[in-house]
Design a protein around this ligand. Structure first.
Ligand SMILES: C[S@@+](CC[C@H](N)C(=O)[O-])C[C@H]1O[C@@H](n2cnc3c(N)ncnc32)[C@H](O)[C@@H]1O
Ligand SMILES: [Zn+2]
Length: 347
């Protein structure tokens, strides 16, 4: 396999050369496009300051290296089931002269099951859904520890065009719906599932093809529903059969209804300009209903021309509503106003 030397954050990484053209067909997986996901994870780790870390499903160890070099982790164990990945992970440990990082070839569930309460920080970064790994991961997190999960099955969580909602119902025991704010519903279905193992989210975000969440131990939350009317684009918290307009609504959930981020924790997360921008948007989203409005979708529904997001926010605020931008969508807003008020602000 042709390899090359790459850098990410403070880590030097030996990676398959094909990672930069076709990462999904490499014998050992490294996706340069997940750099931001890893960078946010490093920033969260610095804020949380764990001593022991399990980089579960480490592939060539990009996270593990960065967690030791930049995250301040004292001890990192990288785990992957692919023997070829372990060759790369061990080479990268040497390359970065890391004495506090080790690599283990194992099935992640077997490894975590044999390390109950074993780590302050457990990473789970699978291909697709993280659901099959949550039970073992949850058990391996020490009291007061953190669980870090990426799920790249966003299409299922959103009931995307080419997938059936059945997959989400099976994996998450939750109904997804396809609408303008599907990505937030996806993050909330995902957070609802992780929290059912006795965790609460401190930072959850969506990007591109994945949702990512950091969770600390907490009480099992009460999950709920969001109802959406495809005719008038109304959305409300709770289960409704019919919209006020008379049309049959679609119901998403059960899902996590409370805030997906913790304000105090967010204040500790420091990083580059991209991380700061994400944290700023996430902070602004706290205290809002569990959905947003994509202004393009509202314009389409009501036959309105587009308007600048800033103008709509100003108009809603002038009427006494709360309104902010959202990280889910550059043309999206979160507000406590209903769809009629949002449409009025677009006129
Ligand atoms: C998405 S990649 C991980 C990427 C890596 N964490 C990073 O940031 O570069 C998923 C990895 O999980 C590994 N894997 C899949 N099933 C596994 C299992 N049951 N136990 C351990 N590793 C597994 C694969 O070999 C692959 O390296
Ligand atoms: Zn309606």
């Amino acid at each position: 396999m042709k390899t090359e030397l790459s850098c990410e954050g403070s880590a030097k990484l030996r990676v398959p050369s094909a990672s930069f053209s076709d990462p999904h067909h490499c014998e050992v997986f490294f996706n340069p496009d997940m750099e931001f996901n890893r960078t946010v994870s490093v920033a969260v780790m610095r804020a949380f300051a764990p001593k022991s870390v399990c980089d579960g499903m480490c592939a060539l160890g990009a996270r593990g290296m960065r967690y030791a070099l930049e995250g301040g982790a004292r001890k990192v164990v990288c785990v992957d089931a692919n023997p070829a990945a372990l060759v790369f992970a061990n080479a990268n440990i040497k390359l970065n002269k890391l004495k506090n990082v080790s690599a283990v070839e194992a099935d992640i569930n077997d490894f975590l099951d044999s390390h109950p309460l074993g780590f302050d920080f457990v990473e789970v970064d699978p291909f697709g859904s993280a659901v099959p790994f949550l039970e073992s991961a949850a058990k391996a997190v020490k009291k007061g520890g953190m669980l870090s999960v990426t799920s790249t099955d966003l299409a299922n969580l959103c009931a995307g065009k080419r997938v059936s909602a059945e997959k989400c119902r099976k994996d998450y025991a939750a109904n997804p719906i396809r609408c303008d704010f599907s990505h937030e519903l996806a993050a909330r279905i995902f957070a609802g599932k992780v929290s059912s193992f006795g965790f609460k989210p401190v930072l959850v975000f969506y990007q591109g093809h994945y949702v990512k969440g950091f969770f600390v131990r907490g009480k099992k939350p009460k999950l709920g529903f969001v109802s959406y009317c495809p005719k008038c684009a109304a959305r409300v918290t709770g289960k409704r059969e019919k919209c006020a307009c008379g049309f049959k609504t679609q119901v998403a959930g059960p899902l996590y209804l409370s805030d997906l981020c913790d304000k105090k924790f967010l204040a500790k997360v420091k990083g580059d300009a991209r991380v700061a921008k994400l944290v700023g948007l996430l902070s602004g989203e706290i205290g809002f209903p569990p959905y947003f409005f994509d202004l393009h979708a509202v314009c389409d529904c009501y036959g309105l021309p587009g308007k600048a997001v800033a103008t709509v926010l100003d108009k809603l605020r002038a009427k006494g509503f709360k309104a902010v931008r959202t990280h889910y969508c550059p043309n999206g807003i979160k507000t406590d106003a209903d769809v009629k008020e949002v449409a009025a602000a677009l006129r």
